[in-house]
Design a protein around this ligand. Structure first.
Ligand SMILES: Nc1ncnc2c1ncn2[C@@H]1O[C@H](COP(=O)(O)OP(=O)(O)OP(=O)(O)O)[C@@H](O)[C@H]1O
Ligand SMILES: [Mg+2]
Length: 337
């Protein structure tokens, strides 16, 4: 089986060649028995809500909650380290993403994945050696299923390249405008990658015009956290409540709603403006030579409205959050078959 997997700082995205796809938060905590919760939910066996796994090792096993189940734990927090390849959490997300759609038993998979543009040069080899030797035996506790996965082949891309491949390959002629450029801005959780391609007889990546802006949707959580603490005189929120506050703009505190909708809108505008200024700064006088600028990433969905006047042909990629994973898979289908 071929699998495209994009382990983002905020959300892990997985697509398979038989068109299964999921998004789950890139959150991992220690796992434990959940008898009370199990009694409460009674047979609610939605896989994504119940990623309670044991990773079996030679000398025993380690138990984890992953994704939405981890999000509910008070101890969960997003990890924003520049290099996360050596972290247990990353291995757990990879093991989960690769086995999620597999039936029970032993399987070999081919994997296409990526790294943020800025990390690609320095971490590609490290990621490849991780993938080369990666195996995992995963027991899905709530489903009593054991799955063993080995990686037989793999490809590692710069992340935004996945998304641009995904859109351009769907209709290459449309963007084959001689002597023009095509751009893509992938707005993620921790960072925003932008890439530019020059179009002549072929598409070529323009390294000078590509880069990373150190801003993303996690800034919304940081702002909500700060505002909540200020307004309540020092209280703190768990990750799940912070996510809810960012999502709804308000949260019940003591006897009334604490509403930060307006402030969150300002943060959204600020993030969008910062990205636009940085990208425009780099593209400079070439900006007018772009035929299309694509916006992708989960953050792209949230911020697209602020990009409508950025350029005459700015387009939100379809299924924008999954675009990298889908692009990785597409390339894998042609190269790893
Ligand atoms: N249905 C959704 N589920 C989760 N996040 C969503 C959804 N719709 C929009 N978003 C936004 O997408 C953001 C995450 O985007 P994305 O998954 O592209 O980031 P990431 O790839 O994990 O981050 P990075 O690229 O920095 O590693 C969230 O912070 C949220 O603002
Ligand atoms: Mg991403």
């Amino acid at each position: 089986m071929l699998i495209g997997i994009d382990i983002g700082y905020g959300y892990t995205k997985v697509v398979t060649e038989n068109n299964n796809k999921v998004v789950f938060p890139s959150l991992v905590t220690r796992g434990h028995d959940r008898q009370l919760a199990a009694a409460w939910s009674q047979g609610n066996k939605d896989l994504l809500e119940n990623l309670h796994i044991k990773i079996i090792e030679a000398t025993g096993y380690k138990e984890y909650f992953v994704g939405k189940l981890a999000e509910k734990q008070l101890s969960s927090s997003f990890i924003l380290d520049d290099n996360k390849l050596n972290l247990d959490e990353t291995h757990v997300l990879l093991a989960t993403g690769l086995t999620l759609f597999l039936p029970e038993g032993k399987h070999q998979v081919k994997v296409a994945t990526g790294l943020p543009l800025e990390q690609y040069v320095h971490q590609k080899e490290q990621f490849e050696s991780l993938l080369k030797s990666f195996t995992a035996e995963v027991f899905y506790v709530d489903f009593a299923q054991k799955k063993y996965v080995e990686i037989s082949d793999f490809l590692v891309f710069p992340q935004a390249a996945g998304a641009i491949y995904y859109v351009m390959m769907s209709d290459p002629q449309k963007y084959m405008i001689e002597n023009s450029y095509v751009g893509l801005i992938d707005i993620g959780f921790k960072t925003t990658d932008f890439v530019a391609f020059s179009v002549n007889d072929t598409f070529s990546l323009e390294e000078e015009l590509s880069g990373t802006v150190d801003i993303g949707m996690s800034d919304m959580l940081v702002a909500a956290d700060r505002l909540y603490t200020e307004r309540t005189g020092g209280s703190k929120l768990a990750t799940s409540d912070l996510l809810a506050l960012v999502g709804k703009g308000k949260i019940f505190y003591q006897s009334q709603y604490l509403d930060i909708t307006r402030e969150l809108t300002e943060v959204r505008e600020y993030i969008a403006r910062t990205i636009q200024n940085r990208v425009k700064g780099v593209w400079a006088e070439k900006f007018n030579l772009f035929s299309t600028i694509f916006i992708s990433g989960g953050g792209g969905i949230d911020l697209f409205t602020y990009f409508k006047n950025f350029h005459p042909r700015v387009t939100l990629v379809e299924d924008a959050q999954m675009a990298n994973a889908k692009g990785f898979l597409k390339v894998a289908m042609s190269r790893l078959k």
